[in-house]
Design a protein around this ligand. Structure first.
Ligand code: MTE
Ligand code: HPA
Ligand code: MOS
Length: 762
């Protein structure tokens, strides 16, 4: 089997929200956003918009019939600015017209007068001024304070870690259709249909059973549509509800980039202490999260940052401090890894610095400190197997680490202008929502009388292949061909209280629920077959669409058994529900067993830096990844390669730039560069760990969506190794991403100094 949408995608025939034929009289909406990042609204003039031909209405905060404020964690965010604005692009008004073009003309005609207030874009500054969304949290294991003086090597420093634009191909959009009796049906590009349903109900003052949300697929989400697809669905619904006309809202790329939040940038301080052998004795890190204007998901993102701050390493004494800081930027949000990458990054910086002091390659320190079975993480969970080590050892052996290192040293001694570097990145990523209650999945399986099957779950297809996985699971459990099975849209009227498709757990949660539903139907069908064949139900199996008795083929085939079951009045549909056992987490104590299990892997990246130009080539990325027993090999491989590519982009090319007054400068694909096929390494090798069934995952599989993202971090350190072969890196603050510009400045520190003087002189 392959990805069930692949043919539709390649032919351009897969349908997204706005591809479906519009209902008669559909209106189009566009958003008027704040031109400044912080201030009091003095006057808002929308009269001119209403004069534009085709414009039928303009809505603002005061038009909201229900609650004007909402939010996943705290309800601190207004749908439209309420007297004040907190970031550039914050929605102030919604213009509705008979066409997309006219709605945008209406937006251009709106004007607002704002009394500007001071703008904060830096989380350290926000923290100093007491602008936080939540108190500073501390996670501790052992006690770092008395350890420092016993260490042979101490390194400390600060980090400026950048955010990342989601850059899903399909920008945010929704279509809302008013229905009889004040009901509303909403097609939304959201990862969280139930949260969207709940928020629309809240905004409109409706009960949830009057709001139906339907999602066929997303053109990518990457976390960006876990919490921030809601706004647009609410706005389309508001217009549809108040005007009694279907309304569609599609964000332009520019609006999507400036109006929605991104991966959280962080400022960080670290301190690492080691003994003479390079064993880590103590680690302290402070995370100042740039959360943006509203809370959104900043709290759980920061929590995962804390849980993954020691990544794959056994460290006896740890102190992690973390605070979400309020700034005048769009609220930053979920993004593949959900704070995990930001947690892992500073420890790798610290290990790199320590390795230089000690005079060994960083991978020796990484290896020496890799966590083993029995290790207890600072939040109380124990490492229950040695697979992390297996991925490390296999990566080292399979990809000839020592030989590659020697090759690079020889190359560097023989070449003046081109320098090579390599780096390894081990990853240990916890699978489960850290908000334990979210770990639940549901599935509805229907078998029709012609023998075809439809499966609908809470899982959202965003390209990651969850629909295909659901089909593959039905196919395996029911013993039929995947050609008989279709995966239905995700719909709040079929499945209630759907958890976001996130945390890499979608196939796990909904896949296990699908197995339960299939097994329930199958049990009834086997009873029918056993009566027919005068045997026990457990002597029956169905393989390749044929019924087997004690392993021998019988005359009964799938189609016949389905019909017989129907006439015997045995249910051919079932609802399965699954919640993983044995997980719990107390967020106040920061203690528990938050994760069902971990996904592991090790990545080796090699690069070549052109030391004249500062440009670089990523030569190879080689990964050993623990996938459990994969469901569909090509889909899993796509997830590993895609995550890796996105991770490489984060630490190399992708540079978000905001002006001091909070304007997004990298606001188009001309000024925001993400990796393309040419940039990515020609040599990508992914080896899956063998004999690695995962008892917690459906059919022995493991969650794969997010963990490969963090492999990309190796690219950052590989580039730095190459730079170091040319000239020592000296810096007061470690900055990520390592763009070619940054690389050039690191290669020529004297030039960097005069460049800095030049930029301050203007
Ligand atoms: N892959 C594609 N093609 N598109 C996406 O939007 N999102 C990622 C990952 N892989 C994404 C993707 C993120 S952030 C997550 S959490 C997981 O997929 C969600 O899906 P899963 O739970 O089925 O792995
Ligand atoms: N991961 C992803 N999304 C989430 C989580 C998480 O741990 N918690 C809430 N939303
Ligand atoms: Mo993924 S960041 O959990 O949507």
């Amino acid at each position: 089997m392959r990805h069930c949408d692949s043919e539709l995608h390649v032919m351009g025939r897969s349908e997204y929200v706005d591809d479906v034929t519009p209902p008669a009289g559909m209106q189009h909406a566009a958003v008027f956003g704040s031109p400044v990042a912080h201030g009091n609204i003095k006057t808002l003039d929308t009269a001119a918009a209403l004069l534009i031909e085709g414009v039928s209405a303009v809505f603002t905060f005061s038009d909201i019939p229900g609650e004007g404020y909402f939010g996943a964690i705290v309800q601190d965010e207004p749908l439209f600015a309420d007297e004040k604005v907190f970031f550039q692009g914050q929605a102030i008004a919604l213009v509705v017209a008979n066409s997309y073009e006219n709605a945008r003309k209406g937006v251009a005609a709106c004007s607002v007068e704002i009394e500007e207030l001071p703008v904060i874009t830096c989380p350290r500054e926000a923290f100093a001024k007491g602008e936080t969304h939540q108190e500073l949290r501390v996670f501790e294991k052992g006690n770092v304070d008395p350890i420092w003086e016993t260490c042979d090597t101490l390194v400390e420093g600060s980090i400026d870690l950048a955010g990342q634009e989601h850059l899903y191909l399909e920008t945010n959009r929704a279509r809302a259709v008013p229905c009889e009796d004040g009901q509303i049906k909403v097609y939304s590009s959201t990862q969280s249909p139930s949260a969207t349903q709940k928020t629309i109900a809240r905004i409109l003052g409706l009960p949830m059973n009057k709001v139906e949300v339907d999602v066929k697929r997303l053109g990518g989400g990457f976390g960006g549509k876990e919490d921030q697809a809601t706004h647009w669905a609410c706005m389309a619904s508001l217009a549809a509800y108040l005007l009694h006309k279907p309304t569609q809202l599609v964000l332009s790329r520019g609006d999507d980039m400036r109006m929605t939040g991104k991966r959280h940038p962080y400022k960080q301080d670290y301190k690492l202490g080691l003994d003479t052998d390079g064993r880590i004795l103590a680690y302290e890190v402070s995370h100042y999260q740039n959360s943006g204007a509203f809370m959104d998901l900043s709290n759980p993102v920061l929590e995962r940052t804390c849980l993954h701050s020691t990544n794959a390493y056994d460290i006896p004494n740890v102190r992690i401090r973390a605070v979400p800081c309020r700034t005048n930027l769009p609220s930053n949000t979920a993004f593949r890894g959900f704070g995990g990458p930001q947690g892992m990054f500073p420890l790798e910086v610290a290990i790199e610095k320590a390795s230089q002091k000690i005079g060994v390659p960083p991978y020796r320190i990484q290896e020496l400190n890799l966590a083993r079975r029995g290790y207890v993480f600072p939040y109380g969970q124990e490492l229950e197997d040695d697979r992390l080590h297996r991925t490390w050892e296999e990566a080292k052996d399979t990809f000839d680490l020592e030989q590659r290192q020697e090759h690079i040293e020889t190359f560097n001694s023989e070449n003046k202008i081109f320098k090579k570097g390599l780096a390894l990145m081990p990853v240990c990523f916890g699978i489960s929502f850290t908000k334990t209650f979210l770990n639940q999945g549901s599935s509805l399986v229907h078998i029709y009388t012609d023998g075809t099957i439809s499966v609908a779950t809470g899982g959202i297809e965003m390209g990651q292949g969850v629909s295909s996985n659901m089909i593959a699971i039905c196919c395996k459990v029911l013993g039929v061909s995947h050609r008989r099975i279709r995966c239905n849209s995700t719909n709040t009227s079929r499945i209630a209280n759907i958890s976001p498709s996130a945390a890499s757990a979608t196939s796990d949660l909904n896949g296990n629920a699908t197995i339960i539903a299939c097994q329930e139907i199958l049990a009834g069908m086997k009873r029918v077959a056993s009566e027919e064949m005068k045997c026990e139900a457990d002597e029956i199996t169905i393989v390749d669409e044929r019924v087997y008795l004690r392993g021998d083929s019988s005359v009964l085939d799938w189609d016949t058994l389905v019909l017989k079951s129907y006439f015997a009045r045995v249910p051919l549909m079932a609802h399965g529900f699954y919640a993983p056992p044995n997980i719990r987490f107390d967020p106040v104590a920061g203690w528990g067993r938050p994760f069902h299990y971990y996904t592991y892997g090790t990545c080796l990246i090699e690069v070549t830096v052109d030391c004249i130009r500062g440009t670089y080539t990523i030569n190879s990325s080689k990964v050993v990844h623990d996938l459990g027993r994969g469901i569909i090999p090509s889909v899993d491989l796509g997830q590993v390669e895609g995550g890796l590519a996105q991770g490489i982009g984060w630490v190399t090319l992708e540079e978000l730039a905001f002006s001091d007054d909070g304007k997004l400068l990298s606001n188009a694909l001309s000024s925001y560069k993400c990796p393309d096929g040419d940039f990515l390494p020609d040599d990508i090798q992914v080896k899956f760990l063998e004999n690695a069934d995962n008892p917690g995952g459906p059919l022995g599989s493991k969650a794969v969506g997010e963990p490969p993202f963090m492999y990309g971090i190796a690219a950052y350190f590989a580039i730095r190794r190459a730079i170091e072969a040319f000239t020592p890196i000296s810096e007061s603050e470690t900055r990520c991403p390592m763009t070619p510009e940054q690389t050039l400045l690191k290669l020529y520190p004297q030039a960097a100094d005069s460049f800095a003087a030049f930029s301050t002189d203007k």
